[in-house]
Structures are given as C-alpha cells and as structure tokens.
Design a protein around this ligand. Sequence first.
Ligand code: SF4
Length: 339
Amino acid sequence: MPDVSALRQALLDWYDAGARVLPWRAPPGSAERTGPYRVWLSEVMLQQTTVAHAAPYFLRFTERWPTVNDLAAAEDADVMAAWAGLGYYARARNLLACARAVANEHGGVFPDTETGLLSLPGVGAYTAAAVAAIAFDQPANVVDGNVERVVSRLFAVETPLPAARPELRQLAGTLVTDARPGDWAQGLMDLGATVCRPKAPLCLLCPVAFACVGYRSGAPERFPLKAKKAERPHRQGIAYVLRDAGGRVAVVRRPDKGLLGGMAGLPTSEWRTAAPAFDPPVAADWREAGAVEHVFTHFALTLRVVEATGAGEFDWRPASEARAALPTVFKKALDRALA
Ligand code: SF4
C-alpha cells in the first residue's frame, strides 16, 4: 500500500512545477478557478478526441459563445456546424440540451455538486465528477480510463478489467482528499497523459515511482490486466475448386440461411469441429492444393483446398469474375488453388 500522503504531495508538487498549459485550465494553485462552463465544455469535447484536436474547437466555441447562456441561445444548426469534425453528433445535441437546461432551469448557473451536475442532460458520472472537482474544488473521485490505468499500476491490481472497475474506483477514491481536489484530478490526468502512458510508461521520469507497486514489480506496463477473450472454437472444412477445360471456375449459390447465406461460394463440405469426409461434388482427379485459414466472428476455420478439372451443373465463371464475386474465405481458397 503506497504512502498516500507522500504520493499526493509528490504528484501535486510535480503538477505545480510543470502542469500542461491548456486553454481551459487555470494555472495550478491559482485562486482563480476555471468556470464550470469551460470545464464542462472541454470535458465533453475531450471525451472523443485528443487535447491537440479539441483545443481549437474549444477556443472557437468560447469566443463565439462565451457563456452557457450564449450557447443556450445559439441556433442548433450553428452549433452543429461548429462541432463538425469533432464527431459523435449526439454529443453536440446533448451539449445544447445541457446548456439550455442550465440556462432555463438553473438561471444560467451550473449546479455546484456532483449530484446536481448529474441531473443535467448528457452529463454522466465522469463529467459530473470532473466539473465538481475542477470548477468547484470539491473532493470528487474523477475516474476515466487514464486514471484507471495509473491506479492499477500504483497498486498493482491483479484483477483484470472490466471486473476491476469498482476496485480501481475505490482505490482512486483513497487518494482524494479535501486538499486541492481540482489540482489533484488534473495532476492525475497529466500523469496519465504524459508519463504513465498506456504502452511505455516513463517510470524514470515519474514523480510517484517511489510509491508505485507496479513499478517495483518490474513490469508496470502489465497493468491494467485485461480479461482474456474466450478462445474461438475451431472448425474444419474442404473447399472444392473445380475448373472446366476453358479454365472457368465452378461457383455455387450458398443456402439462404446460415453463414454467408445467399452469397456466391465454392462447393464445400460442412464446417465442423471434426475433419469432414471427402465428398466432392463431382467425380474427378482431385489434387491437394494446401489449406487456408479464416477467422469468423464466432469460430476460426481451416479450409483444406482441393482442385480438379471437370464438368457439371454449376455457375461457371471466368476465374477473375468468380474471384470478384466470392467472399473472402473462398477468395483465399481459390487463390490457393490457382497459385
Ligand atoms: Fe506509472 Fe511508472 Fe509512475 Fe508507476 S512509476 S505510476 S507505472 S509511470
């Protein structure tokens, strides 16, 4: 268990000395806080993009609509147009709905508690906590993916995500106190963004390495652990690549129901766990052409490919036309037979 007070002091000192300068941010320790409108706007924008991408949007928005009342009075189309390039337009609509709720139901003043903020349209747990901490300096537990990562490393949490979420939130909460909660939240965000990075944490530059159990373990990037996806079942099949004397390829239409239903295909066995019996569509001199692998959403397939020259009742197509019509798994099989 890290020494919480030493850890907090080290992170706040680091933040005081080198906080990122951001257009929505008041300098660390400053008596002047960033108002809730600007914190809220920046947090909504940052939910879907990077700081570098969001910054010019933030500046344009706050120049054009300097207060929440100005934004509430804006035309929908103007806000949507200004949002273009930030993606997720539902968020822009929520942004307007929230601004109008603040303007019309709260007299243009943001609620100053997490609960009050949560009652606003489109404001979730993370945004409510971030605005409460940064704008109102309340000891809110601000936990997003970055904070989860930092905390999982600080405490070397062995429970994998997503089951670890409540534990990570609780551990993050043990680090929050009444002292400078806004700066604490922003310091943790800066640490996650610049030092405790997802793939290669810069532990040698980290102000809290002395208290980090993950660092002491020698492999901090192992955290947060992620639950292993269930392994895909494996199936096997045989694809029959039949060509006529002119080199055209026999194509069939797959049954309407089932995988690749109604699409063009090569004659094939069923795809089962056990190796299927060799049961070609026509008698011919079948030769082995190797095998191809293909991964579907619910299973992985090894398709043995055999090829022959022959005749029969098929949809005969020139090889390039057949190839263009086939779904990927059969393209692979055809390419293998023609290689
Ligand atoms: Fe992250 Fe490394 Fe710092 Fe631990 S020591 S918090 S793993 S950067």
